[in-house]
Structure formats: structure tokens, C-alpha cells
Design a protein around this ligand. Structure first.
Ligand code: BGC
Length: 710
């Protein structure tokens, strides 16, 4: 349809029809297709009204959605097709490693391919929109939803956001195998006070702009079709009724012209927040603020009609929102083909295809982070090995938002090792019983200890006040390391965990996150040296919960403590732990050592509008090809507002062949030097900048660049 046809359609719709387009119900409202279930009565919906609503949440499967679509288009007076939206966060039937792991790949091409594969699988199952990517910056591991975000850094999250939007949507979302993406949760959902999910945020205007808004902006610039509001408040206002946020920042400033959808019942929750008087007030506030679709509250349903009739709400605001929904349907081609790619034949052909399984395995190799290795890894198949800990044979390692993943296909670590190393002498003890496990560990050449969290201990609402490894897991590592010095600790989980004790007792530590359906095959490849790990931490691993929130990009204090000294009184430091995390953002090892040359700048001084190139030569001192995540950080030495000690401004994942050399360069323009100044405008101020090109956020390899000009 062209725009005038869409306008004519809108004009012909009744007020009720328009309001129904702005309502999203979950699949539980529709039983066997054609029947209406209990929730509809709770929402006081009558007749076939649920079938006339604009979109459905959380349903998938080609047969089911084709039938539902038939029923919905028949019920809707203008036969407008429904949108099917679902949480396909890191895969559909095939789950890939969780997003924090994907962030740790430092590989945007990989992130794009994963999104593309997820889009292919779920579009074959009739899904039109995915509630992904989640781009919230997360710096507090107490918050269980760290799992769903690429990590702690605005630049990394922005690059991942762009890659994923491209992977889901392609260059035309109408094309086969593509789905519309939804960036979430706008805004600053990753900063709940004390790491408690759904809690309020307390952040300054500078922090909001400098750290939290950037990844959403990147998603908008990449053409994301939808944005989801967040549950939290910002500056005392719930995001879902926050006009300044949704109209001012998102639409006017960032230029977003797609659909804004509330999070689940977030419109209704503004009443519980106490900032809306009742459902009708909440509906008026949310719609006026710019929230187009009400996901799973009955506020729009029960409140909008009366608000328009009483003159409280201008119908043109409803028209505006409906037009955006119609445009999205049109962009997806639903008026011509309401099922889009959904077909049982496509499901059979695409889901679990060989390429998708291969990608899942490769993804685990690039997302696992080798934190420590005294040489025990890689293991050799001629060694006698014990593998202990319940997680070694747990299928609960897929991730908590992989709601559609086919768990019967999950390859556990035990299964992976048995498949890949049938000739190897490996004993498995899938239990956390420390005493018995240590019996297995005795007399082995090495022992792999699996600790951490399974998928039920992480994700939405799974906040923790203490992120330490469990007592049982610390005891397991202690007992095993008491009888075997070659302990390889594998840490599973969706957030940074407090592993300081286990780390000190291990010869090697591999952070494997929640590796997804077939990820353990990739982990087994790493353990036996068939693949070389190349992941880097996308969130710092603290010593303990008391350091949270934590990031490498801490703002400069007036009393900085020199690094590598003990506690100093009247300096900004802790008495009991260092300021730095146990492992910092960007850290991670491979099996080959990569030597960095000093940083070279082609110019030491640049003027306004000019650029410089910073480069290093990498030399692979090892015997294996190594993928290396080279990182560019910049520190602004003096500026009108306080700046972080350093900030990530670029990264490249490059292959350095065994024994070979590779040159890697980054272009630095004013854009890399700019920040929000005192007046909240972006500016780059003249002066000196330290340019670091390093292997991680701790590296000191740097040169000084000067920006001149007024
Ligand atoms: C989550 C969203 C999700 C939505 C729909 C909410 O609870 O916060 O991230 O997309 O549910 O399932």
C-alpha cells in the first residue's frame, strides 16, 4: 500500500477499531483458534474482540499463526492483518549463547549472523517482530538481566545494536527471512538502584546521555522498526508515560519514526507507581507521551474511548499511533501476505539447519572467555580427565529468554565431550558433592570443574544481593584443587559472578556463560585445542558484590589511588578489596600470545575537522592462528566536565596467523573525542588525549594526540 492508501484506510476506521490496533494481547487470550480464553474476561473483552486487536505477543509456529491470522483478519472489519511479536532474543528453536556472551565475542559480524539465523528460524514460524536487541548498558551484576545485554560499555553495546538490527531486518524487512527488530528497554533499564530488577534509576543527565542513551540512538540510526519502553522511572517519571523521553529524546532528538511499544503491563504499572490516578489516566498519559502500543494492560482498552469522548484526549494522537502501526504492517508486507514467511515447509527446511548448528558451535568458541591459563589448557586426548559438577550434564544452560528453544536438542558438556572425544579417558561426575568429586579428581591428569548458575538463576527478575559463587561450588573447587593441581574451572552463568576464591585455586578459568543449544560442542573444541578461544569480557568481573556497580570507565575522582598499592587512607579506595575488578572489561586470553608494538600516530596534532590514524603491529608469538580483539580507548586529559579514566572508542577482531604479523589501525576524528559538555551539547574540546591501542581496558600502550582549534 502507498501512504495515501494507508491514510484512506485510517480514515475509514472507527474509533474502536483504531484503539484495538493499539492493543497487544498474549497468546493465552486465544485458545484453540476460534475460542477465547479466561484472560479475555479479566480484560472485560466481549464477543470476538480479542481477534480484532492489532498484535499478539509470544506465539510462534507456522500452523498456529496462519490459523490465528485467518481468524484475526476475518474478525477485523477492514481485514487488517495482525502482527505477531515474540521474544526471540538469542535464537528461536536453536538458542545461541546469551547476549552477554555475544557481546563478549567483540565480533559484530558474528552478532549480525546470529541475529540473521534467529530471524530465519522464527520468520519461518510466522513471527513478524522480535523483541530484540536488548541494548541496555549493564554495570551491576546483581541485576539478572545482564544476561540479555551485550555488556557494560555504551560503544560496544551500540556496535552490537547496529549489527543485530541489520541481522534481523536486513536492508528490507519485507524480504523473506527477515523480521522487524525492537530495541529495548528505553531507557536506562540497566541501571536499577541496587541492581534490583524493576527498581527506579537515579542517574544524572550526563550519565543518561553519555552512557545509557547511546546504544538506543545507534539502534535508531540503524533503522530499528520498534522501541520498547522500560519499566523503570527516570527522574521520578515512569519511562512509559515520559513525554520528554519518548517524544523529546526518542522522536525529536534521535529522529525515531517507528512504533513505540510499552513493556508488559508497563502502562498499567504507572498506576501502581502512583504517578497515574487510574487506568484511564495511565492510558492518556502513555499515549500522549508517545507510547503507541499497550502491551498487556487493559488501560488503552478501557480508557482511551472515554478519554476521547470527554475531550481529554485528542483523537489525532490515536490516529498518529495507529498510522505507525499500519506502516509497520505495510513495511512487513502483511497487507499482501499476512503470514509473511510462516510455513510448515519453511520450518522443516530452516529450523535446525546444518549451517545454523555450525554457527551455534562457532559462536561458543568466540564468546567463551579464557580468563586464566597456566598452560594446563588445551588438554590432550591422551590425558586422563575427570569432569565434575552438576552443570557438566545439565541441559539448563540455554538461557532464560530462549522460550522457544527445543530443550531436547541441548548438547550438555558431557554429551559434547563424549561425542567429540570418544577415544579419550574421561570420567564424569555430574554432581556438586565435593567429597565424592574429589575422589574422581584424584589420579587424573586434569579435572574440569563446572560451577556457576544455570538458566533458572539468571534473567528477568532474578536479582541477587550477593553474586558470589554458591557455597557448594566454592567447596567443590576447594576439594578438587586439594587433590589435583590441574583444575580447569568452567564458569556457567548469565552475569559476572564472584569467582575470586575459585579463581585463586584454579590453574585455568574459562567463562562459558550460557552457551545455548549446541555451544558445548564449541567449548569442548576449546578444551581440547581444536579451536582457539577469543572472547573478551563485555562486563567486568568484580571481586565481590560490594564493588557494584563497576565498569572500567570510572569517572576520575579528586583522590585517585595509584594502581598496585595497598589501601591508602583518604584516597578513593576500599580497605578490603582493590578498586579494580578481578578481571576487567576486555580481558581474555587465547592460546597464542600476541605482542603489540608501540602505538603509532600518523599525526600528533589535528585541527577541527581533521583526523589521525592510530595503529599497532601485532605479532603472533604462538603456534596457532589467533583471533585478537584489538581495542581502542581514549582518555581526555582535561575537559570542562569530569570524564572517565578511559573510554572504548573502537575495536576490531582480526586474525593473526601463527608466527605472522598484522597491522591494525583506527581513524580518530572529533567524533571519537567528543562528549556532552556543560550545556549538554556534544563537543570536542581542544587539548591532549591519550590514545590507547591495547588488548584490554587495563593496557597502557598509548600515545598522545592533541586537538587544536577554538
Ligand atoms: C520483558 C520484555 C519482554 C516482554 C514480552 C517483559 O517482561 O521485560 O523484555 O520483551 O516481557 O515478553
Amino acid at each position: 500500500m502507498n501512504n495515501s492508501e494507508l491514510s484512506a484506510l485510517l480514515k475509514d476506521m472507527s474509533l474502536d477499531e483504531k484503539i484495538e490496533q493499539l492493543i497487544q494481547l498474549h497468546g493465552g487470550f486465544f485458545g484453540e483458534v476460534g475460542t477465547i480464553t479466561g484472560p479475555a474476561a479479566e480484560f472485560k473483552m466481549t464477543g470476538d474482540q480479542p481477534y480484532r486487536t492489532g498484535s499478539v505477543l509470544g506465539e510462534a509456529g507456522a500452523k498456529r499463526l496462519r490459523e490465528l491470522q485467518d481468524k484475526m483478519t476475518a474478525a477485523q472489519p477492514h481485514h487488517i492483518p495482525a502482527l505477531f511479536m515474540a521474544d526471540v532474543i538469542h535464537g528461536y528453536k536453536t538458542a545461541f549463547p546469551v547476549p552477554i556472551a555475544i557481546g563478549s565475542s567483540f565480533n559484530t559480524e558474528l552478532a549480525e549472523k546470529i541475529a540473521e539465523a534467529a530471524a530465519k528460524e522464527c520468520s519461518a514460524a510466522g513471527v513478524h517482530v522480535t523483541f530484540s536487541p536488548m541494548v541496555d548498558v549493564s554495570r551491576d551484576a546483581r541485576w539478572g538481566r545482564c544476561m540479555e545485554s551485550p555488556g557494560e560499555d555504551p560503544y560496544l553495546n551500540s556496535e552490537m545494536a547496529k549489527a543485530e538490527v541489520k541481522g534481523f531486518q536486513g536492508d528490507d524487512v519485507k524480504k523473506p527471512g527477515r523480521v522487524a527488530a525492537c530495541a529495548k528497554h528505553f531507557a536506562a533499564y540497566g541501571a536499577p538502584v541496587a541492581g534490583r530488577d524493576y527498581n527506579v534509576t537515579e542517574i544524572s543527565e550526563h550519565t543518561l546521555y553519555e552512557d545509557y542513551l547511546k546504544p538506543y540512538r545507534a539502534a535508531v540510526e540503524a533503522g530499528v522498526k520498534l522501541v520498547m519502553t522500560a519499566f523503570n522511572t527516570i527522574d521520578r517519571k515512569p519511562c512509559t508515560t515520559n513525554k520528554r523521553l519518548l517524544r523529546g529524546i526518542l522522536r525529536d532528538d534521535m529522529g525515531f519514526d517507528g512504533v513505540v511499544i510499552s513493556d508488559y503491563n508497563a502502562v498499567g504499572e504507572t498506576v501502581i507507581h502512583g504517578s497515574s490516578y487510574d487506568k484511564r489516566d495511565a492510558a492518556v498519559k502513555a499515549l500522549s507521551a508517545g507510547c503507541d502500543i499497550d502491551m498487556m494492560s487493559d488501560c488503552y482498552l478501557s480508557g482511551l474511548r472515554a478519554a476521547v469522548q470527554s475531550g481529554e484526549l485528542d483523537e489525532s494522537l490515536i490516529d498518529e499511533a495507529v498510522m505507525r502501526v499500519l506502516k509497520l504492517k505495510n513495511d512487513l508486507g502483511l497487507f499482501e501476505n499476512p503470514y509473511k514467511d510462516g510455513s510448515e515447509e519453511a520450518e522443516r527446511e530452516i529450523i535446525f539447519s546444518k549451517e545454523i548448528q555450525e554457527l551455534g558451535r562457532k559462536a561458543a568458541v568466540e564468546t567463551a572467555v579464557l580468563l586464566k591459563n597456566n598452560g594446563v589448557l588445551p588438554l590432550s586426548i591422551s590425558q586422563k580427565i575427570a569432569v565434575v559438577g552438576e552443570l557438566c550434564d545439565s541441559p539448563m544452560i540455554v538461557g532464560s529468554w530462549s522460550i522457544f528453544a527445543d530443550r531436547s536438542r541441548t548438547v550438555t558438556l558431557k554429551k559434547a565431550l563424549e561425542t567429540l572425544c570418544p577415544e579419550c579417558d574421561i570420567k564424569f561426575f555430574p554432581s556438586d558433592n565435593a567429597d565424592e568429586a574429589s575422589e574422581y579428581a584424584k589420579g587424573c591428569d586434569a579435572v574440569i570443574v563446572c560451577v556457576g548458575e544455570n538458566e533458572e538463576h539468571t534473567g528477568e527478575s532474578m536479582s541477587k544481593a550477593d553474586i558470589s559463587l554458591s557455597e557448594a561450588h566454592n567447596r567443590l573447587v576447594e576439594a578438587v584443587s586439594g587433590v589435583n593441581k590441574n583444575v580447569v574451572t568452567l564458569v556457567f552463568g548469565g552475569r559476572p559472578l564472584g569467582i575470586a576464591r575459585a579463581d585463586s585455586l584454579s590453574a585455568a578459568v574459562l567463562e562459558v556463560w550460557l552457551p545455548g543449544t549446541v555451544g558445548c560442542l564449541g567449548i569442548a573444541d576449546i578444551l581440547f585445542g581444536r579451536e582457539n578461544p577469543s572472547g573478551r569480557l563485555s562486563m567486568s568481573l568484580p571481586y565481590c558484590s560490594g564493588q557494584l556497580p563497576i565498569t572500567y570507565a570510572m569517572y576520575k575522582t579528586g583522590r585517585p589511588k595509584p594502581e598496585n598499592t595497598g589501601f591508602i587512607r583518604y584516597m578513593s579506595n576500599y580497605m578490603d578489596v582493590p578498586n579494580r575488578p578481578l578481571y576487567s572489561f576486555g580481558q581474555g586470553l587465547g592460546y597464542s600470545e600476541i605482542e603489540y608494538s608501540a602505538v603509532r600516530l600518523d599525526k600528533d596534532v589535528i585541527g577541527r575537522g581533521e583526523s589521525a590514524r592510530a595503529s599497532v603491529t601485532l605479532k603472533n608469538l604462538g603456534e596457532r592462528d589467533q583471533l585478537e580483539a584489538v581495542q581502542l580507548y581514549i582518555r581526555d586529559e582535561k575537559s570542562s566536565v569530569v570524564r572517565p579514566t578511559r573510554e572504548l572508542k573502537g575495536f576490531k577482531k582480526v586474525l593473526v596467523p601463527a608466527g605472522g604479523e598484522v597491522e591494525v589501525g583506527f581513524i580518530i576524528t572529533e567524533r571519537e573525542l567528543e562528549f556532552y559538555g556543560e550545556d549538554m551539547r556534544l563537543c570536542a574540546e581542544p587539548g591532549d588525549f591519550k590514545v590507547f591501542v591495547t588488548r584490554d581496558s587495563l593496557g597502557e600502550n598509548c600515545a598522545t594526540l592533541r586537538l587544536e582549534g577554538g
